[in-house]
Write a protein of this length. Sequence first.
Lengths: 196, 424
Amino acid sequence: MTARKVRRLGPTPEAVTDASLLADIAHEDLGALGVLYDRHAKSVWRVVQRVTNGAGDADDIVHATFLKVPQLAASFDGRPSARSWLIGIAVRLALRHTRTIGRFVGMLKRFSNATRDADRLDPEVLASGRAELVVLEGAVRRLSPAKRAVFVMVELEGLSNDEVARALGIPAATVRTRLFHAKQELREALGRTGGR
Amino acid sequence: MSCERSWEVRAIDEGRLAASDIAAFERHTEACSSCAAEWSTFEHLRRVSEDLATRGPSDLSDLELRRLRARVLRDAMSASSPSRPRAIAAAVGVVALAGAAFVAVRANRAVPATEEPFAANVTASVAAHWTQSRDRGEEHVVLDDGDVELQVRKQRPDERFLVTVPDGEVEVRGTTFQVSVHEGRTSRVHVDTGVVVVRVHGETVLTAGETWAPPGDQPMFLPPPLASASAAEPVFPALRAPASSARSAGVRKPTVPAATAPSGDREMTQYDEAIQAYRLARFELAATLLHTFVADHSSSALVDDASFIEASSLASAGHTEAAARLASDHLRRFPSSFHHKDAAILVARIGRDHDDCEAARAVLAPWTTASSVDATVTAALGRCAPAVAPTTVAPTRGAPTRGAPTRGAPTGGAPPKGAPGRAE
């Protein structure tokens, strides 16, 4: 007889490492999946929201990400935190998602909106010193999905180049190149608005 | 004009230069305006990026986060659920214990090509008397006697699916469930997935894992209703935890003598015997066996299930105070339990029956703050329900005071976790 295990983690699940949780998930412990979700769901959702330019699909992608975890848990490499690993799964799903025609059309629309938003800074925003932020946000939205993903993961989420390379399954040199070009575009955007 | 050392800006940004090289470059920028400007734009971008990192997109609300969590766990659970044949085998096993030989009779049998295909697969006992018909989107299964299990595909808006029983009917929107009729009376309706409406002696909505039995009846193999449960309430408890539901009587392992069995087998044997007793409505015995199981296997993966079912057994045996104490203890010990809501319902019902509406509402507050309150919660609150005011009832994390199940349910804390499929 086989039956799904629902092992509990005891009164202090905070003390359990992500690696241990993933080992339990690999043995179909859905309680552990709940704990992993509680730890990282917000962070993963935030990255997805940025990578997809807030297309409204973030919930579905986070859902798909955590549903993938039981299948992939056995291949987790045991690093102390699963955050970058989860973000990697989510970003790959997000990039695949945005490649569809429908998403592309949606992105074009949002692109034009973002451009308008960036060009129309209201005086209050300018006065509050948030102008540069708005410009940068608009410029990040206009980056290509691949460059945007790398920029978000490295610069906004604080992952190392190597972590991003591992998470996305690309060479570290590619991460550096994409990041460099992303930054070039962003610097130009900031420069155009007289940000400095 | 570009300086030949401008590449060092990128190298520094990527962390490829040693501290001494960075210091040398900084000295260089004092004399080189080109590199100084280049370095300045990188620094500027870094500062603004740091600012942007702290101003993320507006986060998910706690409610959205919980809903998404429930969705993830529910779907993960169904993805790893035992196959349907196993579930059907389990159902067959239960019926076999009743002495009724059970065979599979598929209802979507030879249907002329010009007729509509049936929406349901019906698995029936050989002794069952039933018919199935369909006309212009309305399908009827008429069950006069015996046991049937139905798997009904999701219904379109213009479709209806009804099971007509001698004393009422069951309406379905797309689900898997079982109906039993004996001596002209409906004795049991159990829902595996989906939602059904039972219209027998009033109307009752059943969701996944719940079982209906007629008021005042003691059907074979079913726990009797709590002494205090109202006539229309479904029988409590509804076992819908994955581990326990997968271990229904029909899939028991061969008994291994306790003295010689490996500890893992002993654990399973002990657990299965307790569940068997529960299924046979021998609640006193089930409670005793489960209590022993919890004591003997405190680190077992099944302790959560065992502790909840022990509380359920005690409640069904009429030991309501002890059941409430145990359910409270369960809520405290297993905040992520799959049984969290059912344990809370148990505590709330007993609170309600002791006229302690405040405690009943408090323990169920996490499920009454949603825009729609499901039938099990409404039924558990009973007469306490009208006074529910979501904005004034403090949320609880389901850890009522030990030994005082009907009073002093704590307030504060986040809503419960681990109640897949129920938060949506």
